[in-house]
Design a protein around this ligand. Structure first.
Ligand code: CDP
Ligand code: CDP
Length: 229
């Protein structure tokens, strides 16, 4: 079995992070942590309470008193906010459309990054998000920055959603491009590639190829460490 290391996977929406991260975790018998789901769950809760992103005092108060629980699982990871399961609601277009605004708020980022670091203390964690390699786990042993063209990313989302929601490919391209822009340009821990990360353009790679590539980086990291002893 593989020695326990932490794996950070970052990149823009639709790059394949969560699908791939979950499979890498399964292969290595590691825990998968989806940090995007945490930002989405907090967003869902605040929208429902009618608290707008610009209402900073109210956001701060609510986030400070919030009980956030993450329950890792093989298929879906569940996020509970004050005991309520947010999971069924967090992929809606409404949440997707607003999450990047809430994710730019300092009090939310501080709270969630802290929780994420705690979850990684055990080692043997695959965590995906936007700022994992740069800010949350700068010491992660393997860091991947996963990208794909905007067109390809929108197409992947479209295939996922077309039977469930009324969306057009064009709308998804716009949504993704706008989220990329907000995520890359926010003041606190913007989406950017860590200098020591491995760049993986998945535009013409299938899921199995991406998983294999990452698993082999993990194995050679662990093998390399052992050779140094
Ligand atoms: O699955 P998708 O790539 O569409 O998004 P996600 O990973 O679920 O993340 C949703 C949003 O949460 C992102 O667009 C970011 O605004 C925010 N996020 C973040 O700011 N930092 C993270 N570590 C993870 C997500
Ligand atoms: O988490 P993130 O937003 O980065 O992407 P995802 O939700 O894991 O993947 C978006 C969609 O692209 C899923 O339906 C995946 O099955 C698909 N995908 C793909 O077709 N080819 C890849 N190399 C990776 C993901």
């Amino acid at each position: 079995t593989l020695d326990r290391i932490n794996v950070a996977i970052d990149g823009p929406a639709g790059a394949g992070k969560s699908t791939v991260a979950r499979m890498v975790a399964q292969k290595l018998s590691y825990i998968y942590v989806d940090t995007g789901a945490m930002y989405r769950a907090v967003t869902w809760y605040l929208i429902r309470k009618g608290i707008k992103p610009e209402d900073h005092d109210n956001v701060l108060q609510t986030v400070r008193n919030m009980v956030i629980e993450l329950i890792p699982g093989q298929e879906v990871q569940r996020v509970l906010i004050n005991g309520e399961d947010a999971t069924p609601h967090i992929r809606s277009l409404q949440v997707s459309g607003l999450v990047s605004q809430y994710a730019g708020i300092e009090s939310i980022r501080t709270r969630l990054s802290h929780l994420q670091r705690e979850m990684a203390l055990v080692k043997g964690v695959v965590m995906d998000g936007r700022d994992i390699g740069t800010t949350v786990l700068p010491d992660a042993e393997v860091k991947i920055f996963m990208t794909a063209s905007v067109e390809e990313r929108a197409l992947r989302r479209y295939k996922e959603l077309k039977d469930k929601e009324q969306v057009s490919l064009e709308q998804l391209e716009n949504d993704i491009a706008q989220r990329d822009h907000l995520d890359q340009n926010r003041k606190i821990s913007p989406l950017r590639r860590a200098e020591d990360s491995i760049l993986l353009d998945t535009t013409s790679m299938d899921i199995a190829q991406v998983v294999e590539t990452i698993v082999s980086h993990c194995r050679s990291y662990v093998g390399g460490e052992r050779n140094h002893l």
